[in-house]
Ligand binder design. Structure first.
Ligand code: GLN
Length: 560
């Protein structure tokens, strides 16, 4: 079978949820047994998302092979239930870097190097490269999402490249899908089609006539609106779909399937007609709509006003909630505001999670949160930086190492329990100082983490990493003697990192686990992350115990 391509563009405004539409379409094809993959094009000049501010751009997603990518790659992985690689996030920066390097090496044989054909050829070559997986297998359908909005100057070379691909791959093997906004004007109580008409006109001006349109709106688009748009945009009526606001993103694949998107794509690309297997999605959405219980989890972070900065984390909590038939209610706690007075609010939580992060801001609040969780026996999960602050608390308040800290926050700490390792500095020679991507962790038998992962006979589990600092091996013995369990260590990779601390836990606590990795990146609906699943189960038990206790009598002053 010839490879098929679906190109997804966006119109009118950004943040439409194009990534969800792309991922949902991928899920519908996947549910038909089709080998599908997805590529995200980001027209910014950054080479990758690693250097971008999560507050503005959302989380930096890390692939198994260690690329720092756009968060849409995470959504693709979760909806397609497959691991993607660095090849799946193409940026202007990468394309130009490659073209300029080739030019310097003389590979263009003294030609004038231009956007067309050199840059557009490079883009096409990269899309083709991403369509082959690590085992050399070609995807049957490749979804290519062009970031940004049609009409942006910076996306023009990418639109030109995908326009050319219709000629390279053939009409029957390519489909253009345009996702636009259908705004609702409350004053006139109307859904307005004009922005979509203009957006399609702009797309046509660069030579692309969409085959299908997905209208993003607050409420479902009625048939007359869809027919009107079909007429104005030259798209057949059966190719206009409505993606309206849904309480749960995992309900979107079925919403689009019910409107015939899957069948439309099958017909248009000449794929076999198949009834999709959507049982897994339906069961997940059913649990989300009818949970048996609720838990409240506090996330002690820095970017609490921008939940997208913690997207994989919140999705991992949703997956773990579904696995425990519970609704997970998130309570965002700004670590910088967590001072003595406000620490009391943590006692009301069923679980405390300290996520990953960089920089000193809010650090003391996070250390305090770990201390409260430890002392009050509240289930605790520390991810990456979250594990590091748990170690700092333990060193300071249990192991008697006053002033213990990470050298990331205090270069002159008397006890650098978290520190840079010489090998991290070696990595600097290779252009980066971070431990990135999949690294194995060897789990200690008899620990909670070992039980949660149930690893094979080698006792190892693979998780993705993104960090520079490590628990300082010089302090490990002292911490262990003070009662900290080291439940995971690195068996090493390529001769590096042998014996570094990967995970910690406390034995005399209902659930106190810290991991140096980011298990949230690998969590899926069908495969919830083991530490997250265990954490939510513990939070449910904690809640059950709390309910049996008499209510707290608050020590308030009588002011009457
Ligand atoms: N800042 C810490 C480090 O670099 C933790 C990083 C993280 O949480 N991703 O080690």
């Amino acid at each position: 079978m010839e490879q098929k391509y679906i190109f997804i563009t966006g119109g009118v405004v950004s943040s439409l949820g194009k990534g969800i539409v792309t991922s949902s379409l991928g899920a519908l094809l996947r549910a038909r047994g089709i080998r599908v993959t997805a590529v995200k094009i980001d027209p910014y000049i950054n080479v990758d998302a690693g250097t971008m501010r999560p507050y503005e751009h959302g989380e930096v997603f890390v692939t198994a092979d260690g690329a720092e990518t756009d968060l849409d790659i995470g959504t693709y992985e979760r909806f397609l239930n497959s691991d993607l690689s660095r090849a799946h996030n193409i940026t202007t920066g990468q394309v130009y870097q490659a073209v300029i390097s080739k030019e310097r090496r003389g590979e263009y044989l003294a030609q004038t190097v231009q956007v067309i054909p050199h840059v557009t050829d490079e883009i096409q070559a990269r899309i083709d490269q991403a369509s082959i997986d690590s085992r050399g297998q070609h995807a049957e359908v490749v979804l290519v999402e062009v970031g940004g909005t049609v009409g942006d100057i910076e996306s023009l070379p990418f639109l030109e490249a995908i326009r050319q691909m219709r000629f390279a791959k053939g009409f029957g093997n390519t489909l253009y899908l345009h996702v636009t906004l259908l705004p609702f004007l409350s004053t006139s109580q109307e859904l307005k089609t004009k922005p979509t008409q203009h957006s399609v006109a702009t797309l046509r001006s660069v030579g692309i006539q969409p085959d299908a349109i997905v209208l993003r709106s607050e409420r479902p688009a009625p048939e007359d609106i869809r027919d009107k748009l079909a007429l104005f945009t030259n798209v057949e009526p059966s190719g206009v779909f409505s993606s309206y606001n849904s309480e749960h993103i995992y309900a979107v694949p079925e919403m689009l399937e019910q409107q015939g998107l899957g069948r439309f794509v099958e017909k248009r690309l000449g794929l076999e007609k198949v009834t999709p297997e959507l049982g897994g999605w339906q069961r997940a959405v059913h649990t989300l709509r009818h949970p048996n219980s609720e838990v409240s989890i506090g996330i002690i972070g820095k970017y609490v006003a921008m939940p997208d900065a913690y997207l994989s984390l919140t999705e991992a909590l949703v997956h773990a909630g579904i696995a425990n038939k519970a609704q997970v209610n998130l309570r965002w706690v700004n670590a910088e505001e967590l001072i003595e007075d406000s620490l009391a609010q943590l006692s009301e939580l069923d679980g405390i999670l300290v996520p990953g992060g960089f920089g000193v801001r809010g650090i003391e609040g996070k250390v305090q949160a770990a201390k409260v969780a430890r002392e009050q026996h509240i289930p605790f999960l520390g991810i990456c930086l979250g594990m590091q602050v748990a170690v700092i608390d333990y060193a300071r308040h249990v192991a008697g190492l006053a002033g213990a800290n990470s050298t990331e926050f205090d270069a002159y700490t008397p006890h650098p329990v978290i520190d840079l390792m010489p090998e991290q500095l070696e990595l600097a020679d290779m252009g980066g100082t971070m431990r990135l991507g999949n690294w194995p962790m060897k789990l200690k038998q008899g620990t909670r983490l070992h039980e949660l992962y149930t690893p094979g006979s080698d006792d190892t589990a693979l998780e993705r990493h993104r960090h520079r600092y490590e628990v300082n091996p010089k302090y490990v013995q002292q911490l262990e003697q003070a009662g900290l369990t080291i439940s995971g260590t690195t068996p090493g990779m390529k001769g590096r990192g042998v014996g570094l601390v990967e995970a910690i836990e406390l034995a005399d606590h209902p659930f106190f686990v810290g991991v140096q990795s980011h298990p949230e990146f690998g969590s899926r609906l069908a495969r919830p992350s083991p530490p997250f699943k265990g954490f939510i189960a513990a939070a449910l038990s904690h809640q059950a115990i709390n309910l049996t206790l008499p209510p707290l009598t608050l020590n308030t002053q009588d002011v009457s």
